[in-house]
Design a protein around this ligand. Structure first.
Ligand code: SF4
Length: 438
């Protein structure tokens, strides 16, 4: 197998944008010589994503020396085969079929496997397992909501077309959080309500008390302290009344909100309280919660892990069967505890994360990089692989769990992740190859 220069193609059909987890499916990219010449329906963030992703290199190194793909596969097989405690991370960078292959490889290797290398987002998983979640598609949120709450985060920056995708002009739109949102461009029906994280617990508790019909005076006392400014009290009261009166409530909650304090019982309790509020609201009306994600195809990765192992989060196959316990088995945790001796990491940001510093020095690294990699100092084997939506087609799960086919916008002769995974699977179970294939 050879690697070399990249050819190009021009994409002229509607495609899906991977710039954020809205995955807008009405976009158009016209790409020539790895430069976007024209585009339609794409926001600035989406354009930046595609343009940055097009700046890839075609490279393959083993022990800091240029190698061809066959040599790299042999070296990977040797390293993974010799590992006592292997791990695979970065499923969120792959398409659905490649994710399935990666889980099968993890089973063969008795490896730990994880969607990414950021386990701080597991508060929502804890809440989901604690009290379940009522969900809705983008279509239902847009067509039926009379009240849409954006709960913390900066949705207009992280998911720029979110109002256009999720909000009808008839719906009341409220941004709740501790960072001021400029609603002037959205319309008269949108407003911002300031809520500091310290007040979240009492605000949610009051809403729940009112919804469950408790004495309103008790409820008032929960959230309103005498020191609160009158205008703040008025905005809380108005918001609470709107939540209680809504016939169809949709809450879009940033998954990163509250993660500044990983492991904090209060943060987890606040997220669980929000989930409980949605559940309670469903006794008398329709309400749903959409956790706004930031991890590209992470939702599909969770679905694949759930289908293949029964657990929708980091899974450890080291004992021959699947084990999972939130952060305990996350690859990030295992790395920080020095338990992983060989880590296969699929990433588009090898140079941005501080993962190298947290891992034990003896950990050996295989990096499949979908973007440029500037330093290979800590890396035993590195290979540039095709990126989903750039030079690889596949399936991507939109933030509301709708599966969309995403097409490539350029041709390249970077290695496909599927080719590498199939080759590795063939080496680890040659006599049972059919069992390892899809
Ligand atoms: S909102 Fe997100 S998915 Fe849609 S065009 Fe912008 S970056 Fe792409």
């Amino acid at each position: 197998m050879a690697i070399g220069n990249t050819s190009h193609k021009v994409a002229c059909e509607l495609n899906v944008c991977g710039g954020c987890t809205l995955q807008c499916d009405d976009v158009l990219f016209l790409v020539e010589n790895r430069v976007v010449k024209e585009s339609a329906n794409v926001c600035e963030r989406g354009l930046q994503w595609v343009q940055d992703s097009l700046q890839f290199e075609v490279s393959c190194q083993v022990d800091c020396r240029e190698a061809n793909v066959d040599v790299a596969i042999e070296a990977m097989a040797k390293l993974l085969g010799s590992a006592q405690r292997p791990a695979i991370a970065g499923l969120n960078q792959l398409g659905l079929l490649d994710q399935q292959l990666a889980v099968r490889l993890a089973k063969q290797l008795r490896a730990a496997i994880d969607t990414g290398l950021d386990s701080k987002l597991s508060t929502h998983l804890m809440a989901l397992q604690n009290c379940g979640r009522v969900t809705a598609t983008f279509g239902e949120i847009r067509d039926r909501s009379d009240l849409i709450l954006f709960w913390f985060g900066e949705p207009l920056k992280t998911h720029p077309r979110i109002v256009e995708r999720l909000c009808r002009s008839e719906a009341k739109v409220v941004f709740v959080g501790d960072q001021k949102v400029d609603c002037s461009a959205i319309g008269a029906a949108a407003r911002y309500v300031e809520l500091q994280t310290a007040d979240v617990a009492r605000f949610l508790a009051t809403c729940r008390l009112k919804l469950s019909g408790s004495n309103p005076m008790d409820a008032e006392r929960q959230v309103f302290s005498p020191s609160s400014a009158p205008e703040k009290q008025a905005s809380f009261t108005q918001l609470m009344q709107e939540i209680i009166a809504a016939e169809h409530l949709s809450v879009i909650c940033d998954m990163r909100s509250g993660v500044q304090l990983p492991g904090s019982k209060q943060v987890v309790a606040d997220v669980i309280s929000l989930y409980e509020l949605i559940r309670l609201k469903n006794n008398t009306a329709r309400a749903s919660l959409l956790p706004l994600r930031h991890d590209f195809n992470g939702l599909s990765a969770e679905n694949v892990l759930a289908a293949e192992s029964g657990f929708a989060t980091a899974v450890d196959f080291s004992t021959g069967f699947a084990r999972s316990h939130w952060q305990d088995y996350s690859v990030e945790t295992l790395l920080s505890q020095g338990e992983v001796d060989v880590c296969l990491w699929i990433t588009n940001e090898a140079d941005k994360l501080s993962v190298w510093q947290h891992a034990a020095p003896q950990t050996r690294w295989i990096v499949w990089n979908t973007g440029p990699i500037n330093s290979t100092e800590n890396v035993n084997i590195s290979i540039s692989v095709q990126a989903l939506g750039i030079d690889r087609s596949g399936d991507i799960a939109r933030n509301d769990d709708v599966l969309l086919p995403i097409d490539s916008v350029v041709d390249s002769n970077r290695c496909s992740p599927a080719t590498l995974l199939e080759q590795l699977l063939a080496r680890f179970c040659p006599s049972k190859r059919e069992e390892c294939e899809l």
